[in-house]
Design a protein around this ligand. Structure first.
Ligand code: ZN
Length: 177
């Protein structure tokens, strides 16, 4: 299987509503395990499949708090309670920090790595991470929570960054051998 690498904004797959997983086979298990190592390498606490270019409704999370890693396939939020605002980042949009209002407590249902239906009651940071990853599966990004003027600013900032990156690549390519 090919290496999985982190996809960054504005890659198209980050905007796709991902397809449900029909069968949890060896391939899916391998992808999820690789996703977890990409997440650890990038020092993230959650990662959705489209962030490594895979069109499947699944994500991984690990808050590094002793609870261990979560592998969630075809997740659904059954219940939301309360609300809290907090600044979030995203591995796919380096440098962006957006204050996002999310439910404080949720009940998430999905399939485990073994294909068992599990219900997870999450609150605080875990609930936030789950909701952030659910957004990814639906093609939604943190920058979508900005109000219009801030969004314009953020997009031009990201555009500039993208241009700089292209420019840097060009410089490297043009370097005399
Ligand atoms: Zn993200």
């Amino acid at each position: 299987m090919k290496e999985l690498t982190l996809k960054k904004y504005p890659e198209k797959i980050l905007r796709k509503k991902l397809d449900p997983v029909e069968k949890i086979g060896d391939e899916e298990k391998e992808i999820l395990k690789k996703m977890l190592s990409v997440m650890y390498q990038s020092q993230g606490v959650g990662l959705a499949a489209n962030q490594v270019g895979v069109d499947k409704r699944m994500f991984v999370a690990d808050l590094n708090d002793g609870q261990g890693a979560f592998f969630v396939i075809n997740p659904k939020i059954l219940k939301k309670e309360g609300g809290s605002k907090m600044e979030e980042g995203c591995l796919s949009i380096p440098g962006a920090a957006v204050s996002v209002k999310r439910a404080k407590k949720i009940i998430l249902e999905g399939l485990s790595l073994e294909g068992e239906l599990v219900k997870i009651e999450a609150s605080g940071l875990l609930a936030r991470v789950f909701q952030h990853e659910m957004d990814h599966l639906n093609g939604r990004l943190i920058i979508d929570y900005l109000n219009f003027p801030s969004r314009l600013k953020a997009f031009s900032f990201l555009k500039k960054k993208e241009n700089n990156r292209l420019f840097e690549n060009r410089k490297i390519e043009n370097r005399p051998q």
